[in-house]
Design a protein around this ligand. Structure first.
Ligand SMILES: Cc1ncc(COP(=O)(O)O)c(C=O)c1O
Length: 435
């Protein structure tokens, strides 16, 4: 168990802004049976025999999954992503999609994975498991990776004799920062990928649970099959399903030199990792998709409003407790994401285990140190808040406690902002998924 989990267990009464879990009041236990029945009825209507339905649920299944048509239709209707079912592999969460993609794409020590720094811990963990060299590209002052910085990093790696093979990005309401990539930056990124011949691993689980109109995905803009799109139903359906997918429509050659798709190669790897994605989870999520005509955006419209309000509540509370003059004198600032689960605060003190423990013990509030999200080990003077799991009363209470903690902690130090400094010792990468 990592340190954050330890603190959460030791101080159960603290308000925790740490977990990136969905809001639990959305779940109704018996709904799962309705979704399952809906899919079984659909199979019967399609002419699948009772024995066929039984075996689909009870037997080993196809490695690439059996709900690929439904996912392809949903991607077309919800996201304007037009891909064939054959280019999809259904996975055990997005986490498996990351692992398979890295395993397939990064083939030797000369290949490197580029990531934005900071970035989601799940990809750092998967890369670490596979012994992949990760190169972090620092975000700029606006919290975005500029195409110019990215190109600089690519050229540096090439000059070292290494191949930047793939870039991992969360373009919408990113984890951990909450920031969103502009449309212009998306176009420039695709141009860059074509020019320097790398693939973009796009992971965007927060789009459909965010309010307002979303920018097009990189995959929807991709005309040259440069984007491998990683999908997750953890936020749009429920994380207990452990259901995700990967869209990999890139043409490749198999071991015998025959033309195939990257998805086929991923399925081969999957057959040695999880064999197939559990049939029950596929059937339940398929039932949900059928109920809403494939539009996960429809079923999540209420959730998107809820999470948008949660973010707004947190930002309004911060503004109230730390109006401009006060925040300047304390030396704290934060970003203002318009969707997703997260926001980040720059603080004027070292964010370490001691400060987190003090925050939980003396002030009753827990958060995630931003250092967890950096490819380079060390301490970063910033914290991540997640608002997804809390009621608005808890958010209000938590922000009031947090501001008291920040003011108290800031009063013990001298010096100003130091958000670029990365130092201290490696604390390892904590558990992915709910972070
Ligand atoms: C950016 C990002 N990708 C993927 C995941 C996890 O996806 P899954 O639960 O489908 O493995 C998360 C969850 O926190 C996330 O923030």
């Amino acid at each position: 168990m990592n340190f954050l989990n330890e603190v959460t267990t030791r101080f159960p009464k603290a308000v925790s802004f740490a977990p990136g879990r969905p809001y639990e009041e959305f779940f109704e236990t018996t709904d799962i049976f309705d979704h399952l029945h809906r899919y079984l009825d659909h199979l019967a209507e399609e002419g699948v025999s009772p024995a066929g339905i039984r075996n689909l649920l009870y037997q080993y299944g196809p490695t690439a999954g059996f709900i690929r048509e439904l996912i392809a239709a949903s991607l077309r209707d919800d996201e304007n992503i037009d891909v064939s079912p054959e280019s999809i592999v259904v996975t055990v969460g997005c986490q498996e999609a990351m692992l398979l993609s890295l395993r397939a794409l990064i083939s030797g020590p000369a290949d490197v994975l580029l990531v934005c720094s900071p970035c989601y811990v799940g990809i750092l963990g998967a890369a670490r498991l596979l012994d992949i060299t990760v190169v972090g590209v620092d975000e700029d002052e606006q919290g975005r990776v500029s195409p110019a910085r990215l190109e600089e990093a690519i050229l540096t790696e090439k000059a070292r004799g290494r191949r930047p093979t793939a870039l991992y990005v969360v373009p919408d309401h990113s984890n951990p920062t909450g920031n969103t990539m502009s449309l212009e930056a998306r176009q420039l990124l695709l141009d860059l990928a074509a020019r320097h011949d790398f693939l973009v691993l796009e992971d965007s689980p927060y789009r459909l649970v965010s309010p307002g109109v979303q920018l097009p995905t990189l995959k929807a803009l991709d005309r040259a099959r440069r984007v491998v799109h990683l999908g997750s139903y953890s936020k749009t359906a429920f994380p207990g399903a452990r259901l995700g997918f990967v869209v990999a429509d890139q043409p490749v050659r198999d071991d015998a030199g025959r033309p195939s798709l990257l998805a086929d190669e991923l399925a081969k790897i999957k057959s040695m990792v999880t064999v197939n994605t559990p049939s029950l989870s596929q059937a339940v999520v398929a039932g949900m998709l059928l109920e809403v005509g494939g539009r996960m955006s429809t079923v999540n419209a209420g959730a998107a409003v809820h999470y948008g309000n949660a973010l707004r509540t947190a930002l309004d509370c911060l503004e109230r407790h730390l109006p401009p003059e006060r925040r300047d004198s304390v030396g704290v600032r934060w970003n203002e994401p318009d969707g997703g689960f997260f926001l980040t605060l720059q603080v004027p003190f070292d964010v370490d285990e001691a400060s987190l423990t003090r925050s939980a013990e003396e002030f009753g509030v827990i958060w995630t140190p931003m250092s967890y999200f950096y490819p380079k080990p060390g301490n970063v003077r910033a914290i991540r808040l997640s608002v997804s799991y809390l009621s608005s009363e808890d958010i209000e209470k938590g922000i009031s406690r947090l501001t008291r903690f920040i003011e108290s902690q800031a009063s013990t130090i001298t010096g100003g902002f130091d958000d670029q400094s990365v130092r201290g010792r490696d604390r390892g990468v904590p558990r992915a998924g709910e972070l």
